[in-house]
Write a protein that binds this ligand. Structure first.
Ligand code: PEP
Ligand code: MG
Length: 315
């Protein structure tokens, strides 16, 4: 009964519920930017790059080889610009390319992708980005170019981090192209491996503005379930206690160090998990476009509950 009362007491600004936690949207395709912006989301917590490439029908390596660097920079900047425009001045977090080897095989030039038995455990994420710096550089140059055009609402994060060297190297590469991470743009890492979660203190020391929980991968790597394998999909539990423990560790460690936290995996669209994240003190939640409103309401109710409990404790 008390819960019902709480639900009616959330605070509104116009028609929108007010929350202290930011509620953002995930955007996988620049084409849906307008629809995402219309949800009233506070920004984009995850802008994926893969569809920008898929939309061209050509492998990025081939674009680079046949048409040169400017052509590939243009592909990235065109996609990012669409989203940055739709959301301006709300912040948009661009996640550098995270294509497993099976994702681009169908593209022109994709036949050169290595064949791997388990691409999810293979050549992807920032480790691949660092092995192919010529592509990563184009992404960073695209962001630099957009900044020069006046877009000050773009942030950068890197996927599948497993050690601090990766962070150091990305910063070096970015410096080389004239984009200073943490100065020109906010810089974050995705925490989507148990390794990254467990060394969160070292990652913080290395220097980041924010950590974003990629729970789709964090779940698969924590409980050894290939997220694309139907035979084991029933065991894929985003709220597995081990996953939740890692999430809590990341949020609370970041919080005590003054580093912002976010979530951009599917778990951020699940009300019961979101309640926990808010209780632990997450800074922002990025949900699916269709879940933004529901999640905003769940967060508002949870925050209300926290406030009421705190006040009652003082009585
Ligand atoms: C994740 O792993 O939770 C995530 C958001 O990244 P992706 O789904 O693109 O791997
Ligand atoms: Mg991921």
């Amino acid at each position: 009964k008390k819960e019902e009362n709480i639900q009616t007491q959330v605070i509104y600004a116009g028609s929108q519920v007010i929350t202290a936690t930011e509620i953002k949207a995930n955007v996988s395709m620049p084409e849906v930017a307008e629809r995402a912006a219309a949800t009233g989301a506070d920004g984009v917590g995850l802008l994926r790059a893969e569809h920008m490439i898929l939309g061209t029908g050509v492998h990025p390596g081939k674009i680079l080889k046949d048409k040169g660097e400017d052509a590939l920079i243009e592909v990235f900047s065109e996609g990012i610009r669409k989203v940055a425009d739709a959301f301006y001045p709300r912040p948009v977090t661009y996640r550098t390319l995270d294509a497993p080897t099976d994702e681009f095989v169908g593209l022109k030039g994709g036949e050169d992708e290595p064949h791997e038995h388990n691409p999810m455990m293979g050549w992807r994420g920032i480790r691949r980005g660092l092995d192919q710096p010529e592509i990563l550089k184009c992404e960073l140059k695209a962001i630099k170019k957009l900044r020069e055009e006046g877009y000050r609402n773009i942030n950068v994060m890197i996927p599948l981090v497993t050690n601090v060297d990766e962070i150091r190297k990305v910063k070096e590469i970015s410096n080389e192209v004239g984009l200073k991470l943490m100065q020109d743009v906010e810089f974050g890492v995705m925490i989507e491996t148990p390794a990254a979660a467990l060394i969160i203190d070292e990652i913080i020391k290395e220097g980041i503005d924010f950590a974003s929980l990629g729970t789709n991968d964090l779940t698969q790597y924590t409980i050894a379930i290939d997220r694309n394998n139907e035979n084991v999909s029933k065991y894929y539990l985003e709220n597995h206690p081990a996953v939740m423990k890692l999430i809590e560790l990341v949020i609370t460690s970041c919080k005590s160090a003054g580093v912002k936290t976010s979530i951009c995996g599917q778990a951020g669209s699940r009300p019961q998990i979101v309640e926990k994240l808010v209780e632990w003190g997450i800074t922002s939640i990025s949900a699916n476009i269709d879940a933004v409103e529901t999640i905003r309401n769940v967060v508002a109710r949870t925050e209300q509950k926290i406030i009421l409990e705190a006040i009652r404790k003082q009585k």
